[in-house]
Design a protein around this ligand. Sequence first.
Ligand code: ADE
Ligand code: ZN
Length: 339
Amino acid sequence: MTDMAAFIEGMPKAELHLHIEGTLEPELKFKLAERNGVDLPYDTVEEVVAAYDFDSLTTFLVGYYEGMGVLQEEQDFYDLAMAYFRKVHSQNLIYAEIFFDPQGHTSRGVEFSTVIEGLHRARNDAAAQLGIDAHLIMCFLRDMSAESAAETLAQAEPYKDWIIGIGLDSDERGNPPVKFKDVYARAAEQGYRLTMHCDVDQENTVDHIWQALDVIGVERVDHGVNSLEDPLLVEELKSRGIGLTVCPVSNVYVVQDSRAADIKRMLDLGILATVNSDDPAYFLAYMTENLKTAQAEGDLTQDEVVQLVRNAFTISWAPEDRKRAYIDRLEAYAANAGS
Ligand code: ADE
Ligand code: ZN
């Protein structure tokens, strides 16, 4: 019998639902605040963490956007992303597709180029220094206008080769997928891969997931846990091979339940469910901790934990030969660990 905690820690892992701005740890927040002359309403790391008493998507987003204020220069974005890569390297993460929110920065007067150049430089260094293969997914903020999303897509044009896909995040209430139909269509024409958030237990969530599939044509759904409420939707996800990026510890903060039992059900139903960390600095849990939570609370077997990570490589946007190599590595690890 393998020790489950050690097994999870050692697994080669992939992350598909990670907001780079949600990796801003309090220590770096203080450092950047000092470097940029920003006044923070806190004096200590403990005070910062004590303010993480979110109980909904809306309350979380207030803290998340407030935290971004310290990110101003290219070096800040580089330092943010490198800190994340170093952290997850210690957890054996080998592949990552990372969200960034340009409008969270351009709306504060930070240039698009400043954001993407810092993140891209870190991504290159993560590959060279840590062996992590990372890619950037540009998210539109759904509580901003469709016109603003279109402007952001235009700003990204010179950097198109640095961005693997498009996502949609922020406050879902009153902001259905269909609002972004045209800009997503344009992005698809330009060759971007497509995903979007359908956060847990949001108003009209099942309807939103259907829109994401049928109106937008997404290849993945971020969260999407409420798919389980509609058997036809479950069949559709399966027949199209559309995976879900579920975030158990984030769920504890946002909907007061990890929904690990739902993850277990997804696996039983043959849905391509994955486990991810969303905003790990705010939810105090990176990939390893999220997998441990899903395993413990969903009572998952070692094979089921392997399946979750295999699913992540399968639904990633890595080329097929790389996916195969990652999955072979995962399976060799599991075979070597025994059960
Ligand atoms: N922005 C950062 N994390 C998010 C989440 N989980 N849902 C929506 N928007 C987000
Ligand atoms: Zn998210």
